[in-house]
Design a protein around this ligand. Structure first.
Ligand code: SF4
Length: 304
């Protein structure tokens, strides 16, 4: 039996099991872009003269994000878009993704800034994890990357910072925090507000499944690097990803349900975990909620 697009009878490029729809290339693209525009409207509170920074790694998610944001805002001359790539210093991995990021930013004519752990902290992620460590590489990487992105985005005049987290990433993180019983971290996963010194973060792809992001990148022939970080295998996230993918096959819509359940629950939980006052870190002066920011805690604990 040959299937047809539910909207126009053309040959489909995808079957969305969770929606029951077959979609051709054009209607698939429209569907992805519609969901992203909705997320932008809900989460990003776009105003006249906004500057949006995109964390561009060179992988499929952030590449699709910068491509779509450029497409959406190219007719708004008051909105500026820029891309920031962070080179954590991961041997055999990051160099090639940075090259893809450069190529895409060039192609889209988006201002692009590359910053590295080495320049910023005097050491690479590889250096940090080679020393005595008490946490996984991804914890160091995530905290330090967030720190750099916020500072550089702010210094480049951005008031919004968009990251390429997709539905799979979000569903995995929600489940991971449940499994660890880390309710506080779960609450912090919610869309942020603009606070002193902290650029508002947004995840416009959070409702797009990973496979659909990959298909969108493929259909647009974006220069994307598909290599996997060598530290990814260490993380418990990999196990969660496999379980979730199995659940999604057997029970389509599981990832969406996890996310929409979280969105409802987080509003209630936020009252039990109110936002703490933002001060500044005693060492680097960046915004934080205690004496030292997480990045300085990590960097100081790794000095031997
Ligand atoms: Fe960083 Fe972990 Fe992602 Fe590698 S897998 S880039 S270490 S967060």
């Amino acid at each position: 039996m040959s299937y047809k697009c539910n909207k126009c009878n053309q040959k489909p490029v995808i079957f969305q099991k969770y929606s029951g729809m077959h979609l051709c290339g054009q209607h698939f693209i429209e569907d992805v872009e519609r969901k992203i525009k909705l997320s932008i409207r809900k989460e990003m509170n776009i105003n006249k003269n906004d500057t949006i920074a995109v964390a561009l790694s060179g992988g499929k998610d952030s590449s699709v994000l910068v491509y779509i944001l450029q497409k959406i805002f190219k007719h708004r001359p008051d909105i500026s878009l820029l891309a920031i790539s962070v080179d954590e210093g991961i041997h055999g991995y990051r160099n090639s993704t940075i090259e893809s990021a450069k190529e895409l930013a060039d192609k889209l004519d988006v201002k692009h800034q590359i910053v590295s752990f080495q320049e910023e902290f005097g050491k690479t992620l590889d250096d940090l994890v080679a020393r005595k460590r008490i946490q996984g590489a991804c914890t160091y990487c995530g905290v330090l990357r967030k720190h750099i992105l916020n500072r550089v985005a702010r210094e480049m005049g951005a008031n919004k910072l968009a990251t390429g987290h997709n539905l799979d990433d979000e569903a995995q993180t929600i489940l991971l925090n449940h499994i660890r019983g880390d309710v506080e971290r779960l609450v912090r996963l919610a869309p942020t507000k603009e606070l002193d010194g902290l650029v508002l973060r947004a995840k416009p792809l959070r409702k797009i499944p990973e496979k659909e992001v990959a298909l969108y990148a493929y259909l647009h022939n974006l220069p994307v690097d598909y290599s996997e970080c060598p530290y990814a295998k260490e993380a418990m996230r990999g196990e969660i990803r496999d379980h979730l993918n199995e659940l999604e096959v057997n029970h389509p819509g599981t990832k969406y349900s996890l996310l929409s359940g979280f969105d409802k629950m987080v509003k209630i939980l936020a009252t039990a975990y109110p936002e703490t006052n933002i001060g500044s870190c005693k060492i680097c002066n960046e915004p934080c909620t205690s004496q030292l920011c997480q990045a300085c805690k990590i960097l100081n604990s790794s000095i031997e």
